[in-house]
Design a protein around this ligand. Sequence first.
Ligand SMILES: Nc1nc2c(ncn2[C@@H]2O[C@H](COP(=O)(O)OP(=O)(O)O)[C@@H](O)[C@H]2O)c(=O)[nH]1
Ligand SMILES: [Mg+2]
Length: 650
Amino acid sequence: MSAKVIAILGPTESGKTFLIEKLLSLTQQKIKNIQRGPTLHLTTYGTVFNSQKLYLLDTPGEENFFGEVIWAINVADLGILVVDSTSPVKYHLYRLYQTARDCGLPLIVFINKIDSEKSSWGQTICDLQDLLEIPHVPLVYGFNTATPLILVDLLEEASFTEENLNISYEPYPEIHQDRVKKLRENLLEVSAEAKDDFIEKYLETGTLTKEEILEGIRINLEEGRIIPIFLGSALTGRGLSLLLRRLLEIFPKRTFYTLSSTNYGLIYKTIYDPYAGKLSYGRIFSGSFKAEGSLFTSRGSEEKYTQIFTPKGDSLEATKELKEREIIIFSKIESLKTGDTFSTDLLPEAIPTPPLPEQMYTLALHPISKADEDKISSAIHKLEEEDPTIRFFRDDETRELLVSGVGKLHLERTIEKLQEKFGVKVKASLPRVPYRETIKKPVNGVIYRHKKQSGGRGQFAEVHFNVYPLDRGKGFEFEETLTGMNVPRNYVPAVEKGVREAMEKGILAGFPVVDVKVQFYDGKSHEVDSSDLAFKIASFHCFKKALEQGNPVLLEPYLELEIYVPDDTVGDVIGDLNSRRGRILGIEKSGKQTKIKAYAPMAETLEYVVTLHGITGGRGYFRSSLSHYEEVPALIAEKIISQYKNEANR
Ligand SMILES: Nc1nc2c(ncn2[C@@H]2O[C@H](COP(=O)(O)OP(=O)(O)O)[C@@H](O)[C@H]2O)c(=O)[nH]1
Ligand SMILES: [Mg+2]
């Protein structure tokens, strides 16, 4: 029997970690210390039940860490959606459901916290039915007519109690007969639909055997046609033995992407452990791996390894061989990355990796001390490996070190991790906006003479420029149209160099100058005193002089945004975009959502993700890319310029 991987999914505080803890203890698996508090990254636990390996993936419930959830969804056989019955159903469940469905991961629902006075699990089931699109089929149902409440196993048509793994049955109170019969009928009908001969039998005899019902559920689950529902409490353990037993009886066989190679799998998590170093977690999709060999990846790397591990409880166990469907952990393999397909042989192809959440928030990082500065690049590299939804890069224009992530919380945690795990302290700020400068008016006949006479050899150069504004995005053009012999042509490169240097800092607020054309049409030189340097200096100043006369303006970057929001929030989202000087380019329907395309100034969208989440209740997201530059409106430009001057004076 092959190993099974179950992804435990659900919003924060729904009881995922408690559920895992209870399932591990039910299967007699000892653990040292389970990760309490909000889970920020995917954690793998291993146990054995009925001589089968069972791996449980604990996932974060917060939107900001959805990337981790996506990896779990991509390597698991089954997902358990944990739903808190003491609070209203959260939209996040829909996102989980949608992602699981898109990836072909079968789901069951575990309605948790039925022990609590505040539990309204009946309402929770109804609300779920509205939220998730496919039929819900309870396998367990409860009645509040006694305390603790009565749980009925609909397959056995009897109420049950549990002691460790033992389940004892007794008849349920007759008053609940109508309800139980109805739910049981539903179970039969759904199971019958799985197979033609089940339908025939059901229509003829009106019933199916327990085995047939379970088989029917399994087929439906595998094909994503139903969501079986269980009830219980991860706190008291109620309902969990039954959950575990049924789970294995209806366990779907998920088919994964197949390659022509024999031994291969996918790396779904990378962790830098303070003691063990780099650990790469993979799921074997085909074949087996021995404790020693060469590991090839789809990116063309090859590296030797001498040990393999598998999760046991909350730690690792060294093993000799791991087989198909098991989870394998490699240690200290430099070249392995999350998302890599790995194999014992050369790999001509790769398992496609899932699209990760959009990066919607960016901060600039400023290392506090020189020591922090020195350590940061190796730390960054490790952080990126642990979390592929984060990206560090340097902005060439502003020279800032930037980090992009899914949201504010994501980056806050990343900065904490940078300090706690890698000992690098940084201060964070919103990134500087890479403004630019240009001119609006052509300037003809600008003349600058550079002349210096200070003993010995002097300096002399004179240049005559015409300077023209160019269309947005055209950058820079330099044209030499000298006639006659006033300036020897060997000085032309120095003249162009002088202009380029002058363009690095504009005269308004020191931003780079763009979209101008300089025509160098005349000048003067001196046989002895002229030099490259003199011409460079002259052209530097000549260009600055031209800027002053050319009606200089500030340009600001605009982003093109693709914003996905629930239909009922479109009006608010557009209203907000207008208040940010945004321009709507188009609105179209995209599945259950609306896609809004817009331009907006970067300066107005630095914290857009926060606003968008506010307006849409966490449901909206966007993609953005740098689009073009536009002139900054005069009033705003004044503010930016005076701010720059203040900074320069400090
Ligand atoms: N009453 C009750 N509380 C529970 C149950 N399961 C979890 N909790 C509580 O819910 C909180 C969150 O549990 P946890 O497993 O950390 O949630 P996670 O964020 O989904 O991993 C904890 O304070 C638990 O005490 C349950 O079955 N009944
Ligand atoms: Mg947790």
